[in-house]
Design a protein around this ligand. Structure first.
Ligand SMILES: C[S@@+](CC[C@H](N)C(=O)[O-])C[C@H]1O[C@@H](n2cnc3c(N)ncnc32)[C@H](O)[C@@H]1O
Length: 217
């Protein structure tokens, strides 16, 4: 029986954390998460809390605590470019007692744009080198996860060199979703790219064509 419970904790705001995720937290002996995630929970007196975002240190902590039930809080949903994958790679599926699903930042981005995320192709430059940009523009609907270094401004500047504005496309930047600083805007030109003020949490959405319809196929 596994000792790790991976708990999807939504994109940021407390109201996007499911009730079941909060219940699962209560059943853990130790809980690992970021400062923002841990601020939302009220640990019981017998629970130990470990604030950490460094992946290697989290994995070491999980390893050291294999005699306890360890709850690992992950951003958004555990199924999308998540620490959950690293945990399974390191310890195997049998070490994971349960993965609790949650609301992904991707779902929120598409909901805000009133667009379906059917057939979306997701790319991530979160903690990864920017490569394969030429492939991105071949897809009808794309979501790009960014990070502080590989932020929306840098990724869009590079995509511009690959012909971003050569075909009709709707380009959106979704920043700090669900949080008080949430900002979503459309990018129409090179000048718009230059004006972007990158944020810590950002997703770029690119959709071919003019739009206006809810895409169901
Ligand atoms: C390691 S990935 C994890 C994605 C997560 N599993 C999910 O389902 O949202 C982290 C990236 O997700 C995106 N992200 C997470 N939370 C976000 C938010 N509140 N607003 C915008 N983007 C967010 C950003 O691109 C961030 O760099």
């Amino acid at each position: 029986m596994g000792w790790i419970v991976v708990i999807s904790f939504g994109p940021g705001a407390g109201e996007y954390i499911t009730d079941v995720a909060k219940q699962k937290v209560q059943n853990c002996d130790v809980i690992v998460g970021s400062k923002m995630q841990l601020e939302v929970i009220k640990p019981l007196s017998n629970q130990e809390v470990f604030e950490e975002t460094d992946i290697e240190r989290i994995l070491q902590f999980i390893d050291k605590n294999h005699h306890k039930q360890v709850g690992v809080l992950v951003t958004g949903d555990a199924g999308l470019y998540s620490l959950a994958q690293r945990i399974i790679d390191r310890f195997g599926k049998e070490a994971v007692k349960e993965i609790v699903p949650g609301v992904s930042s991707l779902q929120v981005a598409f909901a805000r744009l009133k667009e379906s995320w059917l057939n979306v192709r997701v790319f991530s430059y979160h903690g990864r080198t920017i490569r394969g940009l030429e492939k991105i523009l071949n897809h009808h609907k794309v979501a790009i996860l960014c990070d502080r270094e590989h932020n929306s401004k840098i990724v869009l500047q590079k995509l511009k060199e690959h012909g971003l504005f050569k075909k009709p496309r709707r380009i959106y930047v979704c920043q700090e979703l669900t949080l008080p600083e949430e900002k979503i805007f459309e990018v129409f030109s090179e000048e718009d790219i230059e004006k972007i003020i990158p944020q810590r949490r950002e997703i770029i959405i690119i959709i071919h064509g003019q739009g206006g319809q809810y895409d169901t196929d």
